[in-house]
Design a protein around this ligand. Structure first.
Ligand code: FEO
Length: 188
């Protein structure tokens, strides 16, 4: 078994700086998944059932984003590290604040992806550059979705039964393409 593994796990052009950055992104996606899971549970406890389901689904998608990166790193001859995650937030002031944080978080993820895209191009790692295009498109969709949720708050308003209606509207939002198939890159 080990012999076979040694034979097929040959080092490729994945340079260690790219590998480190991809592993940092693995962690960021893991943090995202856990953050959304914690936020979903808070929403459920507070009675925002649709917001909770929205965030549970989002948490699963973030896990898929993490796994897709892990598969890519390993298939490229690197070693993906399962991330240690601590310092999770379990209390939120309001439902609106949950989604303000979601948007803020997604913008950070977009910036992080853009930095790796930029770096991979600079070091001529075009395979990683190409692989990351999926994340570039995904982040655009995720930011758009987070902004739509914020708009719902702004349009309906939180007074009276507003929060109940906001929760209903969040329940109508889709998540677009599911987190992406977890596959090794082409040619592996
Ligand atoms: Fe996978 Fe929303 O970052």
């Amino acid at each position: 078994m080990n012999k076979i593994k040694a034979k097929i796990t040959k080092k490729t052009s994945l340079i260690s700086e790219v590998e480190e950055r991809l592993n940092a992104q693995v962690k960021m996606e893991g943090v995202s998944s856990q953050f959304y899971l914690a936020a979903a549970s808070w929403c459920e406890r507070e009675g925002y059932e649709n917001a909770a389901n929205f965030l549970y689904t989002h948490s699963e998608e973030e896990r898929m984003h993490m796994l897709k990166l892990i598969k890519y790193i390993n298939a490229s001859g690197g070693y993906a590290l399962a991330p240690e995650i601590s310092g999770l937030k379990y209390e939120f002031d309001t439902l609106r604040k949950v989604f303000d944080e979601v948007l803020e978080h997604e913008i950070k993820v977009t910036n992080s992806i853009n930095d790796i895209v930029d770096f991979s191009f600079k070091v001529k790692d075009y395979a990683t550059f190409q692989f990351l295009q999926w994340y570039v498109a995904e982040q655009r969709e995720e930011e758009e979705l987070a902004r739509r949720v914020i708009e719902i708050f702004d349009i309906i308003g939180e007074e009276g039964q507003g929060l109940w209606f906001i929760d209903q509207e969040i329940g109508k939002l889709g998540h677009g393409e599911e987190g992406g198939a977890i596959e090794a890159p082409e040619g592996e």
